[in-house]
Ligand binder design. Structure first.
Ligand code: GLN
Length: 542
């Protein structure tokens, strides 16, 4: 029997609902249950693929090529279960499904309405692609009270009613703000938020109360009384120094025990949380530290590179060092005298990106790393810029560029309009839709024997996730290899450069894919482990 846990949020946004859901998933797994996590997003975009990372944070990509909310990244990092297209839906996608059905005549002349047609489509999504998991944890984006959330809340209310309490549970994440003038935590916003939820017919079974200060047992009792929730099901969720300690902390407050109790399940033994203790231990007591410069465009918004920041931290866990990230706006490196900002860093990473702004700065950062023997990790756009740099500086192609920025004399990076996936041909055109039209999802890559890449992965065939429209132009391969680059990873058909490296450099690797999307704290990605190791070595030199 699959049970459904619906997680809503109240009072304010950014309460860490995604993290709480992911941690609950990890705790249920630690008790031997199988889980899946999914997210319902109330905005009208069909997917977050076309949203600016400055507004919505990183776009997380699944193996099956869906562009999804970054919370799916948390889910994967905590449970290790690869998310799927069927794990994220938005209002935009629900409405386009409903409208498509209406146009096809599927509704047989009925007046198409939010209830039941839109809510039915949401319910269908929640129940689709469930393969006997013990629990489906379903997070509802946004905050209770938003106009956009209403159809989702109505749909989960109906599901709760249809499945009954023994198969469905509602967890509401709220905030207890601390008012320093009064010297106390305030429960009123939580009471109001629960009232709001009750007004749409949902009585929460558990409250997860985010707070900066410990919650007194009087406050817990008060919340339980006013919100009609059992006292033990009012779970204090205090801030923690590292997100990977969240499963341990929430377990100590009774989260998983109370969830099992709700479903009438046994919770006699304690779950094994050693893996989280080990990870938190490494993060709290590192043996050294390294300084990594991340040269990008969206450096003012931390969430824009969420998986990247996590993957770098995982590389630190693997090497038992603290990784200090220095977020640097690429545009500053367009001034020649700015490269000295990079002088004391132990590694330079240029992440994925789009558009011309800042690209010359990224090229300057790659040049600095190459010339000064500083470990360089180029991801997607960061690989493309490194190749352009090498073409200009080493291969005597001063006009090398990317057609992403307009017509170009030497298109070392160009638009790819046709490629193969397995034995299928996929096509794109320059003036096609922007949404969902990139090379997306998992693709295999053949790794050359004797390369650094092979040493890092220990494998001749790897699979990594992609999200890009442009590719390094294969026609320049020979010319670039003659001046010292090595194309050590290629698509299995030999058409698409996937990885370039410089064998004479201590650590210079550019990858067309996004390895950060697959890194886990308990299984740091080999490229990040190796990059941080190189940075540790560099730190001994400078
Ligand atoms: N803008 C580049 C492209 O579309 C790189 C994309 C990325 O870094 N994700 O190919």
């Amino acid at each position: 029997m699959t049970r459904f846990i619906f997680v809503t949020g109240g009072v304010v946004s950014s309460l860490g609902k995604g993290l709480a859901s992911a941690a609950l998933g990890a705790l249920l797994q630690a008790r031997g249950y199988s889980v899946r996590l999914r997210k319902l997003d109330p905005y009208l975009n069909v997917d977050p693929g076309t949203m600016s990372p400055l507004q919505h944070g990183e776009v997380f990509v699944t193996d099956d090529g869906a562009e999804t909310d970054l919370d799916l990244g948390h889910y994967e990092r905590f449970t290790g279960i690869p998310a799927r297209r069927s794990d994220n839906v938005t209002t935009g996608k629900i409405y386009s499904t409903v409208i498509e059905r209406e146009r096809r005549g599927d509704y047989l002349g009925a007046t198409v309405q939010v209830i039941p047609h839109v809510t039915d489509a949401i319910k269908e999504f929640v129940r689709a692609d469930v393969n006997g998991e013990d629990f489906i944890i379903c997070e509802i984006g946004g905050t209770v009270g938003d106009i956009e959330s209403l159809p989702f809340l109505e749909a989960i209310r109906q599901l709760g009613n249809e499945m009954g309490r023994e198969r469905a549970m509602f967890i509401h994440v709220t905030l207890l703000p601390y008012v320093s003038a009064a010297g106390e935590l305030k429960t009123k916003p939580t009471q109001h938020s629960v009232k709001e939820l009750l007004s749409v017919g949902i009585q929460p079974d558990m409250l997860l109360c985010r707070s900066e200060k410990p919650i007194s047992s009087d406050d817990r009792r008060k919340i339980a009384l006013f919100c009609n929730v059992r006292h033990e099901a009012v779970i204090p969720a205090l801030n923690v120094d590292t997100i990977y300690a969240v499963p341990i902390e929430y377990h100590n407050q009774g989260l998983d025990t109370q969830v099992l109790r709700h479903f009438g399940m046994q919770a006699e033994s304690e779950p094994d949380l050693t893996v989280w203790e080990t990870i938190a231990g490494h993060l709290r007591q590192p043996e050294g530290e390294v300084k990594i410069a991340v040269v990008g465009k969206y450096t003012s918004v931390f969430d824009a590179y969420k998986s990247l920041a996590e993957a770098l931290a995982h590389g630190g866990i693997a090497n038992n060092v603290k990784v200090n990230l220095h977020w640097m706006d690429a545009e500053i490196f367009e001034r020649e005298d700015a490269v000295h900002f990079l002088e004391d860093v132990h590694g330079i990473l240029v992440p994925g990106g789009f558009g011309e702004r800042g690209s010359e700065g990224k090229i300057a950062a790659a040049k600095f790393a190459r010339e000064r023997n500083v470990p360089y990790f180029g991801i997607c756009f960061g690989m493309q810029m490194a190749v352009i740099e090498a073409a200009r500086s080493l291969a005597e192609l001063p006009h090398a560029g990317s057609t992403e920025f307009g017509p170009c004399d030497e298109p070392v990076v160009g638009l790819l309009t046709e490629w193969t996936r397995g034995n299928q041909i996929e096509r794109r055109s320059a003036d096609g839709n922007m949404g969902g039209t990139m090379r997306l999802g998992a693709y295999e890559c053949a790794v050359s024997a004797g390369s650094k890449l092979r040493e890092i992965y220990g494998n001749a065939l790897i699979s990594e996730r992609h999200r890009h429209r442009y590719e390094v132009n294969i026609n320049y391969k020979d010319r670039l290899e003659r001046v010292g680059l090595r194309f050590s990873g290629m698509s299995p058909d030999g058409e698409l450069p996937e990885v370039v490296e410089i064998p004479t450099h201590p650590w210079f690797v550019g990858v067309q894919f996004h390895p950060e999307l697959k890194s886990k704290p308990f299984e740091p990605h080999p490229l990040f482990t190796s990059f941080i190791k190189a940075a540790v070595e560099q730190s001994r030199l400078v």
